[in-house]
Structure formats: structure tokens, C-alpha cells
Design a binder for this molecule. Structure first.
Ligand code: 5GP
Ligand code: ZN
Length: 112
């Protein structure tokens, strides 16, 4: 938990979110500024910054993010028309929140 991390504060319940899915390792909630009809963020409950700082000890957590992505896709019914899963890494790629998260977008035209 990092006090100055917005997603840690959402996980802690200090900041509200519109929850889509939760299990023991991940929380998924609607993006506050959606770029598609369905735009959900899947975040690990432990604070972790960047994929390129991961090693084998993070394999379970990383895998559970993708399991969460699949649950979110089923729950939001984007599996038929199709959906995108995106991890922005570093500011040059548009990363703004440095708590690892997967964007799940779908439900309509999805800009690449
Ligand atoms: P990034 O640019 O880091 O890949 O994505 C961060 C995402 O988090 C953005 O799409 C932004 O709209 C979303 N976001 C930022 N702050 C909040 C918040 O307080 N609540 C929610 N639900 N989403 C947020
Ligand atoms: Zn965090």
C-alpha cells in the first residue's frame, strides 16, 4: 500500500470506485474517463509499478491480473464483439498511474 498511489487508495476503500469484479488478488473497476463503452481497469491488490521491474516471484500476481481480465470480459459481455487488453508502460506510452493495471476496452469501436 502506497499512500500517494490513487489505486492503492481505491483498493483500501479511501476513494470510491465503480467495482466490476474482485477476488483475493485483484480489483476491477470502471475507468473514470472511459475511452470506450466498456472501459475497465484490472489492478493487483498489491502495489506494483512496472512490468519491466517484474521477475519470477511476480508470476502468480501477473497471471491473476489476466484471469481477472477474462472475468471482466465475460461479465461485461464484450467477448462476442471483441475487446482489447492494454498495459501502458512509462509516460512515453501514456502511463499516468504507476500502479500496474490492465485496460479492458470494448463494447463498440475501439480506437487502436
Ligand atoms: P494509464 O494512463 O496510467 O495507463 O491509465 C490510468 C487510467 O486511470 C486512466 O484511463 C484514467 O482515466 C484512470 N483513472 C485515473 N484516476 C482514476 C480514479 O480515481 N478512478 C478511476 N476509476 N479511474 C482513474
Ligand atoms: Zn498502488
Amino acid at each position: 500500500m502506497s499512500d500517494d498511489c490513487i489505486f492503492c487508495r481505491i483498493i483500501a476503500g479511501d476513494i470510491p470506485c465503480s467495482k466490476v469484479y474482485e477476488d483475493d488478488q485483484v480489483l476491477a473497476f470502471n475507468d473514470i474517463n472511459p475511452k470506450a463503452p466498456v472501459h475497465v481497469l484490472v489492478v493487483p491488490k498489491v502495489h506494483f509499478d512496472r512490468l519491466h521491474e517484474s521477475d519470477e516471484t511476480h508470476a502468480e500476481m501477473l497471471g491473476r491480473i489476466l484471469v481477472g481480465v477474462g472475468k471482466v470480459a465475460s461479465k461485461t459481455e464484450v467477448t462476442g464483439p471483441g475487446y482489447r487488453v492494454q498495459f501502458n508502460q512509462e509516460r512515453g506510452a501514456g502511463q499516468e498511474v504507476f500502479h500496474l493495471h490492465a485496460h479492458v476496452t470494448g463494447g463498440g469501436p475501439i480506437p487502436k
